[in-house]
Design a protein around this ligand. Sequence first.
Ligand code: PLP
Length: 403
Amino acid sequence: MTPPETSFVPSANIAQLKESATIAVSQRAKALRAAGRAIIDLGAGEPDFDTPALIRKAAQDAIDNGATRYTATEGILPLRTAIAERASALRQRTAGGETITPAEVVVSSGSKQSLYNACMALFGPGDEVLIPTPSWTSYYEMVSLARATAVPVHGKPECGFKVTPAELATSTTARTRGLMLNSPVNPTGSVYSRDELSALLGFARERGLWVISDEIYRRICYDGEAVSSLDVAESRDRLVVVDGVAKAYAMTGWRIGWTISVVPLAKAMTAFQSHTTFNPAAVSQAAALAALTGGAAVDATVTAMVGEFRARRDAAMALLAGEPSIQVNPPKGTFYLFLRAPGAGIVPEAGTAFARRLLEAHDVAVVPGAAFRTPDWIRVSYAAEIGQVESAVRRIIAAYRSA
Ligand code: PLP
């Protein structure tokens, strides 16, 4: 049956919105799999581990104990208290005893919603927001949905694509209002050092910019935890820290993220959320609480998962080391490898063409760098079993040689 005709035209709000390239890749990979092809999917942006048993059990108990109703918009107090305590511990390492209170925490349905709340509350028409690039695809769209202008600031490949205050300064105007930070970085796997982060926060402070610091990958880092903005910021006056349970605890489907900000902003974001989605799922909040308060047992599972990611990274990098013509950004965190596509600098959108060829001719799904505004590159996720990662990297090398 043919679908009915429609006169639907997207509203001005979403007319410019682009489909998520990551989701598009995974849908194409699924379609090819359904057609019988043995696709290795390295497009995914989520850990391939199960949520730890202790957390799942806590959620089951919570359902039986009544976590089935609306909660406060900004999340249940025990969860906000646990988040505030962890954040205070980070803050107190450098900022002399400053305590973060539950009133500064807003819990949302995933850190994606937290980021969107922050963009909507802080930015509007006429504002410009600096986005170190390459970066996660949704930042550009969220800033645009807030009707502000996303300003990509490209980092240099030889510096792991990390940006410096001098690079930000060249894109800063009188209209610049915000800076999106993310470390460890999706898609490059780079991690800002304490000094680098401190310099960026200092720059933003001098210019009076709001900083949204997305720290969702902070615990997936191979040389100890990545530095948090809470740990180095001189002041939290214009700082919004975003985090969540998705990546560190393999809880992507539970949809819990949060912001830590000054109280007036927290109230504004709560009001916004109260009219859009209201509280995040009660049972997921109980699960997140178990993750944050699970102590050594939960921490051991995080450490084991990060250890497995490290082993995969090392295996992939060892294979790539035998092929020096492939330029790869050595990842220090996340679970992504960022590779320069063959023909980069000669063929336009070389990463898109290479990603397409990898999928159609070599049965490997990766995300084209165009999704992150770096069309000469591809992102390869190693959130897959180590044997699969190795086979896929061998296929990538073969595809590279035959390019
Ligand atoms: N921030 C970055 C940099 C991400 O890569 C992702 C997910 O891929 C998110 C935020 C969203 O995470 P969540 O599942 O908590 O919404």
